[in-house]
Design a protein. Structure first.
Ligand code: HEM
Length: 105
């Protein structure tokens, strides 16, 4: 089925994008909390804050798609499963956007 192939490719790209993003979040986090002079402390703080939301959104997309493919292995598939994962992904993504933009520090 074409949808499966597209989603598989999308999942692969998103998963590998997560690797440098995760590394950047970890390195920038340590750069502003510890005495590591990899990045200037102020820049590290900004970078860390700005990458927070993209990381969470990408992680949500990754986990939803990974869950879809894992469930397929157990023959748990179909429109209901896709709908459930899509709604769950949207709810988690919107929650992250809400917390990021609306909840004060
Ligand atoms: C709650 C966290 C996570 C869960 C539950 C999860 C789950 C999974 C699962 C089940 C797969 C296998 C998918 C398949 O082959 O069908 C997978 C693959 C992968 N994950 Fe994650 N993952 C998580 C976090 C991460 C993070 C943080 C990164 C990156 C830093 C990451 C990077 C990858 C990569 C690169 C693959 C291989 C994709 C491919 O080449 O097909 N994952 N993940």
């Amino acid at each position: 089925m074409k949808l499966n192939r597209y989603l598989f490719k999308i999942h692969r790209i998103l998963s590998w994008l997560l690797v440098p993003l995760m590394a950047a979040v970890i390195i920038s986090g340590y750069s502003y909390t510890r005495k590591i002079q990899l990045v200037h402390r102020g820049a590290a703080f900004d970078l860390h804050n700005q990458l927070e939301l993209p990381l969470i959104l990408l992680l949500v997309a990754h986990v939803m798609l990974a869950a879809r493919f894992e469930l397929m292995r157990f023959h748990i598939r179909g429109r209901t499963v896709d709908f459930f994962l899509l709604i769950l992904g949207i709810v988690l993504g919107l929650s992250a956007i809400y917390v990021d933009g609306r909840i004060p520090r």
